[in-house]
Design a protein around this ligand. Structure first.
Ligand SMILES: [Zn+2]
Length: 367
């Protein structure tokens, strides 16, 4: 077969576009100047927002106390995820460079003032024994408290498994260190929110006015102890105890008893004024379909809090044809994951007020 010049030209042009988008699918181009980004934002959103869901992780380099189990360290998920941040799981200064990357990108995103940096506790058995083999990664409270003390951009998000024998002491300790919330992933940590053992923990959270950021709905990124633990209806226990609860990801994955977890969660907002939901991970390839539904349910917008779930990468490519081409290009072209996530959410119809609501929800713990 002989190719015409036109065919040859089109062929090489598509090959070039494909390889560029292949690269782009995985990682973007450097961001524009911060001045240009600031000018593109509505005045009320310039450097004033808060992201309540940002993970801190590391390998323990530099004595941070962070830890990853070997399976997770070798996984494509961890390697690709870190490559996406221009990092490598084997580099000796991983922990410090991770924080550098995070700080540079959140500052460069334009709309953010602060992020809640999250610790991550170990998995514990129902007998209260630490289970490192089933823990993907551990990020100590002390390390994150130290980061929050060193950088005004970080607020301290603690993580404490409620089955620990020292759970209440640890809660008092992180409260004294300035924790603004406690993070749980019940499906992964293997905790049942309705377990009577959690009651004292809820009472103490309410006393300290510390919010609970809880993964809600199914979980697909990490090893699972039980998807039933992600049932949003289980949030009733901390809510009844007067704890401010932020249901992470708006329960955007999975179904239970013939209805989606998202539908179960929607029904709960009128009953509990202390219930909120974060928008984290809604631009990921697993959850992006729910983003449009969240935008349509305007009755819950006053309960939404912005979260990104950094370092998980927003899947800008999937939004092609679903938002305006101009918006899509702006989100797709640039690397900064905070900005990408923000642009996709704005273009999908989430209201601008969610970027400040985290400050209202966490106000009792902010000075
Ligand atoms: Zn998360």
């Amino acid at each position: 077969m002989k190719l015409s010049r036109r065919q040859l030209f089109l062929g090489s042009a598509s090959a070039l576009a494909l390889s560029a988008s292949g690269y782009k699918l995985l990682r973007g181009f450097e961001d524009e100047s911060s001045q240009k980004i600031l000018q593109s934002l509505p005045t009320g959103l310039r450097g004033t927002g808060i992201d309540v869901h940002v993970h801190i992780l590391g390998s323990g380099a530099g004595g941070t106390g962070c830890w990853m189990n070997d399976d997770f360290r070798r996984s494509i998920q961890a390697r690709a995820g870190l490559w996406n941040l221009r990092l490598s799981v084997d580099q000796p200064d991983l922990d410090a460079r991770y924080v550098d990357y995070l700080l540079a990108r959140m500052r460069g995103a334009g709309f953010l003032k602060q992020v809640v940096a999250l610790a991550m506790d170990y998995v514990y058995s129902s007998r209260g024994e630490r289970d490192a083999a089933r823990t993907h990664f551990f990020t100590p409270n002390d390390y994150v408290a130290h980061l929050a003390a060193a950088h005004p951009e970080f607020l301290f998000g603690a993580s404490i498994h409620p089955y620990r024998v020292d759970a209440l002491d640890e809660l008092d300790r992180v409260a004294a260190q300035g924790a603004v919330l406690v993070k749980w992933i019940p499906n992964v940590h293997g905790m049942d929110l309705a377990d009577p053992r959690c009651r004292a923990f809820y009472r103490r959270l309410a006393e300290h006015k510390i919010a609970l950021l809880v993964h809600s709905g199914d979980e697909q990124a990490m090893a699972i102890a039980g998807q039933e633990f992600g049932d949003p209806r289980r949030l009733a226990a901390p809510l009844d105890a007067g704890v401010t609860v932020i249901a992470a990801h708006v329960a955007s994955l999975g179904s239970r008893d013939g209805r989606t977890n998202f539908e179960h969660l929607l029904e709960m907002f009128p009953r509990w004024p202390n219930l909120f939901a974060d928008t984290s991970a809604l631009t990921l390839f697993t959850r992006w379909r729910v983003l449009r539904r969240v935008a349509e349910h305007t009755e819950i917008h006053s309960r939404l809090v912005h979260g990104s779930d950094f370092p998980l990468p927003p899947a800008a490519s999937l939004f092609l044809g679903r938002i305006s081409f101009g918006d899509w290009c702006r989100a797709w072209l640039r690397e900064n994951p905070f900005r990408r996530d923000f642009l996709l959410k704005q273009a999908s119809g989430l209201p601008g007020e969610i970027y400040h609501r985290g400050y209202e929800v966490l106000a009792p713990r902010l000075h």
